[in-house]
Write a protein that binds this ligand. Structure first.
Ligand code: ATP
Length: 302
């Protein structure tokens, strides 16, 4: 049986006046995954998340959440969205934020929100505007989690946080994922912070999906070769080459190849790190790795 999908985009596009912010975007995030949505500034990450929440309507294609069109009332109750400009009201106290959430959300979990804030040492009577950036991010995450979402969408939750605060937010997110059935899609520029947390990757570049799939499978399907430049054309002609950098003597190639692929022993061959993979694809906007069979399977299984 194929796992159900939390988020599905099919030929999804959004145009602002003459410009496509997102184009031909097809992807599926299986339920229960923690997906990293990465890409440079202006890649379309916020646009995709806004389409998934129903804040924007598609210009073309469609987006659905647990098989239902995004933005419907029934879908909204299952989704929490933490926007990039965290919608925290500076003049409100933390307790006001909880009261607000309780009134707006029928599934609101006040006890866990209070327990979480107490554990973080964030006083309920403090005005939100008087909290540090890290504490504000934690309050915003607490409010989002208290909605008890099945799909949690986070737009740059780590922006403006110092490394310790970033680590704590990611750790708390993982605790929440372990405690309940939840799918997370999290946009970020900070790829190293995602590698221990996320198990699914979506790379957007210039409004298009370049990479989408299970992180372990993507890593296992690529190799980094370093060796004499004279051998480079042979490899580039035989295998999909994502990134090809050459000096007069040496070539460094990132190729799509599984662990069983046999190379000339003059190459030094090693696996790739998540960040190397992301950077290599972003450097080569025409390269894509979209697991069409997997995608078709996931799409068909819902
Ligand atoms: N309301 C809007 N009107 C016109 N163009 C827009 C609007 N919102 C976004 N865009 C454009 O759409 C493209 C994608 O923007 P988007 O904010 O989705 O990217 P992003 O990947 O989230 O970027 P960042 O990492 O900087 O937040 C950009 O070129 C942006 O200028």
């Amino acid at each position: 049986m194929t796992a159900s999908t939390a988020l599905t985009a099919t030929g999804l596009g959004k145009r602002y006046r003459g410009n496509w912010a997102l184009k031909d975007c097809s992807l599926a995030v299986p339920a229960g995954r923690v997906a990293a949505l990465v890409g440079p500034n202006g890649a379309g990450k916020t646009t995709l998340l806004h389409l998934a929440t129903g804040l924007l309507t598609p210009t073309s294609g469609s987006v659905s959440v647990f098989g239902e069109p995004a933005g419907r009332n029934a879908t909204l109750a299952r989704v929490a969205f933490l926007a990039q400009d965290k919608p925290l009201y500076d003049g409100f106290t933390v307790a006001d934020m909880l009261r607000f959430g309780r009134h707006l959300n029928p599934r609101w979990d006040d006890d866990s929100a209070r327990t979480r804030l107490a554990a973080l040492g964030i006083p309920l009577d403090r005005k939100v505007g008087a909290l540090s950036g890290g504490q504000q991010a934690q309050v915003a995450l607490t409010v989002a989690l208290a909605k008890r979402p099945e799909l949690l969408l986070l737009d740059e939750p780590l922006a403006n946080l110092d490394p310790l605060a970033r680590h704590e937010v990611m750790r708390d997110l993982m605790v929440a994922v372990a405690e309940r059935e939840m799918t997370v899609v999290l946009s970020s520029h900070v790829v190293p912070d995602l590698k221990d947390t996320c198990d699914w990757l979506i790379v957007l570049n210039g409004g298009r999906v370049q990479l989408s799939g299970d992180i372990e499978e993507l890593i296992a399907g690529h190799r980094l070769l370093t060796g004499p430049v004279s051998l480079a054309d042979g490899v580039a002609g035989r295998l999909d080459t994502v990134d090809d950098r050459r000096t007069d003597r040496q070539a460094t190639l990132l190729v799509r190849a599984g662990p069983g692929e046999v190379f000339d022993p003059r190459w030094t061959v090693r696996g790739v790190e998540l960040e190397e993979l992301v950077v290599a694809y972003l450097r080569s906007p025409d390269s894509t790795a979209l697991p069409r069979l997997t995608l078709a399977g996931v799409l068909g299984g819902n």
